[in-house]
Design a protein around this ligand. Structure first.
Ligand code: 6R9
Length: 655
């Protein structure tokens, strides 16, 4: 609780400057309040107006919100549109030669792609997909490095109505396999490899391995983009080079007009059980969310150079790389590499070189860059910046202050954006020309987002003690269902106690200004470097090792990553005989998890015990394990434990 108390006493407040307010898309709190009032008065009308003004419809909608099968909501259902048309074709008449993408490769090579060129490439690749028999409604896995081609692949799927599911290139073949089979994908788009930090790393072998694991019979095509030029295994029946498929195609492709509720994509994310959830998003509602949030939260202007550093494997890279900026006609930077190569000044140099105005990254990146070179930003000209953003986890006030003063030179507002894979776009975030900001809080909900805090019975709490973060009314950009598991969608996000509100899975409280402070997850989900990892997923991976009998995974605070993964493991045989043996085995298990899920899920620490602390009914006492992991003194009564002595063993840290 001490943490919560300390943030409650945060007194630093930063008002938007007059210059910023003057030029902002939404200026002053009164304008923000007026928008909120408009939404409160006529909720459906508020969103319908925005949808009409923002999206180009092939066929206009007449019905705004259908709640008859709640929580399976439908927005703008009888309207028809195409997302790729909205992102590309709409700009051809007005700004064909504007740069859509400034791509900077790992080695520093810069390639610029105009809207005209991007449109041509997307059409050509869309035709290529069609030539392989891929059609509307088919699921296509995208397993690619950060590249122009990854965006082309996603946009081309959208153009033909195929449903993409992007899998982060850092995930293992096992994770990839799980997603291919769950989505019953017909095709995989990948690359031979990727460059990161000066090194070439293979990608294609993970696809080959995933497909060899069985259950992937529906996959008839694997498209391989040549990036590193490394050796690849080849299956003539299914494999085709990107360039071979692409070059033979015409650069015009009529978009497939789809209904507003047609699934645009599935993106897998961690939940509280072992199996990742395929979060299914709609076409129109999702697109609308990305576009209005760019205007409101990022205060988007046509002259901006926008840079969101997220990989397209995550929702942030979907909404604020692959779709939102293109729909707005923005020029954006896409970066292949890592922030620390060739040195920790890379981000700052790129902001200088490309004259970035709007920079959006994660607190974990900020913290590690402070550590590696807190003074480095001063060596670069960052005067182009006008707005900074963060996403993925709570930002600690110290990191916020550094970002504000050193990177933003006390000139740029910071938008701390709270949202989720499931919400599709920002939910709670400052409108920078309206809200005063404070370090550590994501401030207030966007207009039309009815976020609040409730207790266990689902009743709103108005004091500052906090509770569960919920969103009371359906909103256009929200998750539509979990792919293939509507029951899990209903139970997980709309439990009965919440009286129809969307349960976000985070706890939060409000301060005296009504600002939201996110405290963390309420389910067994960890947030490691801004990535969601299910504790159950990691436990299942550990237990699948033949040496492991039982495992429990908890998080502990980590200076840079936000949370570190600590695993408590019971072996089938006896505990390791000495520290050296324990260390060796811990390393083996870490690598095992890396192979099962991906390197980001590797436990930072593994401790071995003969057993785990359990209640008499056999439940693992995770609260106790969290205290043990943090090295806290255990003050709670452990007499109800079946085996209190086990705690001493688990306190031993392997060095
Ligand atoms: C966009 C994204 C969602 C979870 C979310 C919360 C945490 C995200 C945050 C934040 C505090 C912020 N989270 N943004 N916590 N302040 N500004 O990250 O989606 O990967 O689905 O994670 O991340 O716990 O519930 P996703």
């Amino acid at each position: 609780m001490s943490n919560i108390q300390s943030v409650l006493h945060e007194t630093r407040v930063f008002n938007p400057t007059d210059d910023f307010v003057k030029q902002a898309n939404v200026s002053g709190m009164a304008s923000y309040r007026a928008m909120c009032d408009a939404a409160a008065k006529d909720y459906a009308g508020f969103w319908a107006n925005l949808a009409r003004e923002t999206i180009l419809w092939h066929k206009p909608f007449t019905r705004t919100l259908d709640e008859s099968k709640a929580p399976f909501y439908k927005w703008f259902e009888d309207g028809e549109l195409n997302v790729s048309y909205n992102c590309l074709d709409r700009h051809l008449a007005t700004q064909p030669e504007k740069n859509a993408i400034i791509f900077e490769a790992d080695d520093g090579k810069v390639t610029k792609v105009s809207y005209r060129e991007l449109h041509g490439r997307v059409c050509q690749f869309a035709n290529g997909l069609k030539s392989r028999g891929i059609k509307k409604g088919d699921r296509v896995i995208v397993y690619m490095p950060m590249s122009v081609e990854a965006v082309v692949a996603m946009q081309a799927c959208a153009r033909i109505g195929a449903i993409h599911s992007v899998v982060f290139g850092g995930f293992s073949s096992k994770s990839l396999h799980e997603r291919i089979t769950d989505a019953q994908a017909v095709a995989v788009i990948t690359a031979d490899g990727q460059f990161r930090g000066g090194k070439a790393m293979a990608l294609k072998p993970a696809v080959d391995e995933a497909l060899s694991l069985g259950g992937c019979k529906a996959v008839h095509t694997v498209i391989v983009y040549r990036r590193t030029g490394g050796e690849v295994q080849w299956d003539d029946n299914t494999n085709v080079w990107w360039h071979d498929l692409f070059n033979s195609q015409p650069s015009a492709c009529e978009p497939e007009w789809v209904g507003a509720e047609h699934p645009l994509f599935i993106l897998y994310t961690s939940g509280s059980t072992g199996k990742p959830k395929g979060v299914q998003h709609s076409t129109a509602g999702y697109l609308l969310g990305t576009m209005v949030s760019l205007q409101w939260v990022f205060d988007y202007k046509p002259s901006d150079i926008f840079w969101c550093t997220a990989d397209v494997g995550w929702i942030t890279g979907h909404s604020y790389v692959a779709y939102g900026p293109l729909a707005m006609g923005a020029t954006q930077v896409i970066f292949e590499g890592v922030p620390t190569y060739p040195d920790a000044g890379r981000f700052w140099k790129m902001i200088q070189d490309h004259k970035v105005t709007t920079f959006y990254t994660a607190p974990t990146a900020i913290r590690s860059l402070i550590k590696l070179g807190g003074d480095l930003p001063k060596q670069y000209d960052l005067s182009s910046l006008r707005l900074l953003g963060t996403v993925g986890e709570p930002i600690n006030p110290e990191a916020w202050m550094w970002y504000y003063t050193v990177v933003g030179q006390s000139r740029c507002p910071i938008v701390d954006t709270w949202w989720q894979t499931e919400t599709g776009c920002h939910m709670i975030a400052p409108l920078p020309g309206a809200m005063p900001i404070k370090p550590g809080t994501c401030t207030l909900p966007l207009p039309g987002i009815m976020a609040t805090i409730v207790n266990e019975a689902g009743d709103e709490v108005h004091d500052q003690h906090g509770g569960f973060l919920v969103i009371k009314k359906p909103f256009p950009s929200q998750i539509r269902t979990i792919w293939g598991d509507p029951e899990r969608y209903k139970k997980g996000y709309f439990p009965e106690e919440m009286h129809g509100a969307y349960l976000a899975g985070d706890s939060a409280h409000r301060d005296e200004d009504g600002y939201f402070w996110i405290m963390g997850r309420i389910d067994d989900v960890l947030n490691v470097s801004g990535h969601r990892l299910g504790t159950m997923e990691i436990e299942s991976a550990l237990v699948s090792n033949p040496l492991v009998a039982e495992a429990a995974v908890v998080g502990k605070p980590h200076e840079i990553k936000g949370e570190a993964v600590v695993a408590f493991v019971v072996l089938k045989g006896s505990r390791p005989a000495d520290a050296a043996a324990a260390k060796k085995l811990a390393e083996e298990l870490r690598n095992w998890v890396g192979k099962e899920i991906g390197p980001i899920a590797k436990p930072d620490e593994i401790r071995f015990g003969e057993n785990l602390p359990k209640t008499r009914s056999g439940k693992i006492m995770r609260r106790l394990l969290r205290a043990v992991a943090k090295g806290e003194e255990i003050t709670q009564d452990v007499s109800t434990l079946e085996n209190p002595a086990i705690l001493e063993q688990l306190k031993e840290v392997i060095k």
